[in-house]
Write a protein that binds this ligand. Structure first.
Ligand code: GLA
Length: 384
């Protein structure tokens, strides 16, 4: 989409003011799931679905936020922002404004139009793309600039503190800092990162199971708590282990019997996933696609069986991909319990792969999936 001209027309018609326009992409994660909040490693890619944000100043001290996706607007007083979200889509942009205000920025009135094509609730980080696009737009309006990693942290805080979703840094980080044609290996402890080129003959085929995924509710916080409980057991013996990033598989052998059985399994996923993610980046840098595919398969097995973060439909989608020509590696991507699988596929086979996978999945589950052939895009930026 990325149709800045269309968003400009929408904004002009509604607010009678010329907007500055910014874009922030969604993401797909190649490997490294539920490792970010354990200060571990992730390897996401920004994709060519994005949220656009158009912004213009107002003189009445009001903040009016309009979503073209929801065909709805909400109005707030810039001088009296609510302390936290209310479970509405406007929580995401408003949370960012609230965090920017907490940084000592004086927030003036403005009109903000949002329009995105990141499929909602499908594990491709539509929320992070709204946050990062809003952050760029508001920062530009008030004349401040933040380095990409700082901007990402502010957006993560908006989601943690205002929206109330206990996510890690991955989604906001890749939306703000993605690089065209590259995957990004992020160390979630110090936010240092390494870019790994995606070979031109490899396509990212994203297959939506159409099972809705949500970070805010349900199983995501439960899994996080279970893995953190395992870490607390290890830390009671080895105080140098504040996060599972610092733990080893040997720690689990020694003290796993003191953990609830589910906690032990969750920790085994997180610890082994960190090892796989670093190895996957090495494989990608060396062009060893067979090894990358093997690691993705192992990551899916661990995510599904140890972390119990998958669902029947996602397991089916991954299994059906295995025998199709051109597959390099497939796994469930994102927060889990639904959403999309990521398939790395030989580019010249990608169209046939997508068609065959859609047909097989529909026959097997009775659900018609959406399948997108994406490319690794750049991070958030100003459009006009
Ligand atoms: C969601 C969260 C991320 C990360 C993933 C799981 O996308 O927003 O912070 O925890 O789930 O890897």
């Amino acid at each position: 989409m990325h149709d800045a001209a269309a968003l400009r027309s929408i904004h002009l018609a509604r607010f009678q003011a010329e907007p500055a326009i910014f874009a922030a992409p969604g993401r797909v994660n190649l490997i490294g799931e539920h490792t970010d909040y354990a200060e571990g490693f992730v390897m996401p890619v920004a994709i060519d679905f994005a949220t656009l944000a158009g912004i213009s100043p107002r003189s009445d001290g009001k903040i009016v936020v309009y979503s073209e996706n929801y065909a709805e607007d909400r109005t707030f007083e810039a001088s009296a922002l609510p302390p936290r979200g209310s479970g509405h889509w406007s929580d995401y942009p408003l949370g960012v404004v609230s965090i920017l205000a907490g940084q000592g920025n004086k927030i003036p009135g403005f009109s903000l139009s949002l329009w995105g094509d990141v499929p909602l609730g499908s594990g491709l980080s539509s929320s992070a793309s709204v946050e990062v696009a809003t952050a760029l737009a508001v920062a530009s309006l008030i004349g401040v600039t933040y380095p990409g990693p700082v901007l990402a942290r502010l957006c993560q805080r908006a989601e943690n503190e205002f929206v109330g979703a206990n996510c890690g840094i991955m989604d906001q980080f890749i939306s703000a800092n993605g690089a065209e044609d590259h995957a990004l290996l992020l160390d979630c402890r110090d936010l240092s990162f390494k870019l790994a080129p995606i070979p031109h003959n490899v396509a990212l085929v994203i297959a939506n199971t159409m099972v809705k995924h949500s970070v805010a509710g349900g199983d995501y916080p439960t899994r996080r708590a279970e893995s953190e409980a395992a870490c607390a057991v290890i830390a009671s013996h080895r105080p140098g282990v504040p996060f599972l990033r610092d733990a080893t598989l040997e720690d689990l052998e020694k003290w796993g019997h003191e953990m609830a059985p589910k906690s032990l399994l969750r920790a085994r996923h997180v610890i082994s996933e960190n090892l796989r993610t670093v190895a996957a980046c090495d494989a990608l840098l060396k062009g060893n696609m067979a090894e990358l595919g093997r690691l993705m398969a192992e990551a899916h097995r661990s995510y599904s069986q140890d972390f119990e973060g998958s669902c029947v439909e996602a397991d089916t989608m991954v299994a059906l991909a295995q025998d199709l020509p051109g597959l390099i590696g497939a796994r469930l991507t994102g927060g889990g319990f639904g959403g999309c699988t990521i398939n790395l596929v030989e580019r010249d086979q990608a169209a046939g792969f997508a068609e065959a996978l859609a047909a097989l999945y529909a026959t097997e589950t009775g659900i018609v999936p959406q399948i997108h052939i994406c490319h690794a895009s750049g991070g958030a930026h100003k459009l006009s």
